[in-house]
Design a protein around this ligand. Sequence first.
Ligand code: XIL
Length: 427
Amino acid sequence: MRFLMFPYAQSLIFYYLSAVDPLASMLSRLWSPAMFCFSIMKKYSTLTLAVAAACSLAACSAPQNHPATNVTLKDAFADDFLVGVAVAQPIIDLNDTAAIGLICQQFNAVSPESVLKPEYIHPSPDTWDFAPGDAYCDFAAQHGMKALGHTLMWHNQTPDFFWLNDDGSVRTDDEMRASLEEYVEKTATHFAGKVYAWDVVNEIVSEEGDYRNDKGWEKYYRGNKDDLVTLAFSTAQRCDPDAELYYNDYNMWRQTKVDGVVRLVKMLQQRGIRIDGVGIQAHWGLNYPDMKDVETTIDRLYDLGVKVMITELDIDMLPFSKEGQMTGRAMYDPALQREEFMRWLNPFPDGLPADVEQQIADRYEEVLRTIYNKRDKISRVTFWGLHDGISWKNDYPIPNRVNYPLLFNRDLSKKKAFDQVVSIAAH
Ligand code: XIL
């Protein structure tokens, strides 16, 4: 296995452990994770590939776990907005036919959960790898779904060499601009005609509405960051003139943050740079945000003359996520993995009590009803992952938990939340 493919190999292992074999997932937390992952990979790879090959053509036409009796998400909201899902690449690469069947049945747009990020495409100064991204685009084309590109300029999942020299010193602004332009140029050119839109810049605005200064481009670039954002958008426009170009961010219910995003959009518009839309990520919780704030945000963004999308919806109900999205490496402190903390931080390791399942269903209904009421201003709603077993929320902001943030259970069955969500469009 090539070292450079490490993040990708890691996601394959994660997928195996969390979705294919729950028992293995449990044991891996008790045993040496690395050795155990390897043995599971070896044990199942032949079997999985054989099954995958046998089922490959049947996947989209015959969803296996879901009789097509009920309304689907994409049909329920067909007159209102696209309904998308973030696809974990192992679903495609391992030809997980049950997951593919469900995706095709329920959704009409896809986002790549990771493979179109810089750490996959350009993991080292001399390496470019478009193959996983191409597989994602082929998958979308084969099944007639709109494929988003996510994301060109971001401080996370981007290798340090974009900003730092080998000795740790900070590169010059000219060097950073050249790296950004080269990256956007090569990537947007390669995927032109394959993705219909790009999240060009992701998460560059702080909670207070100015530029962030804590990581990556935002931390190291000394010059005017408006110029850097302009460079990313203008290069994407030059290299893929037909793609729609978006800005995407989280905590967009916070109006000080929206102030900053509104300023960024207007700045681009005043400079004559095209921006077609803004994505509201929507990594939300049971009791936040207040949907009134979300309505205000949708109105404010729509008034700029751009598309507004809900791009990464999931609802986290585990501790520490309740009053707002907690971020940062502090949540990875090993002390939090101790039993006394985990008992509190990971309260539902064996499944959800009915009353909590109902709380999630009611919250999803509230969220989708708000969006539905604003449907004239919303062009797409994308869920960040297919089912609870492979949601990033099992490991973020705190690793090794059992979370329930999506509309489908680990066995791909529908949650109560699903029924309450599709019923909104019928009323
Ligand atoms: C997440 C993925 O879901 C994880 O698998 C990955 O390890 C980290 O990134 N905002 C974004 C997404 O724009 O790209 C992030 O996706 C979630 C937060």
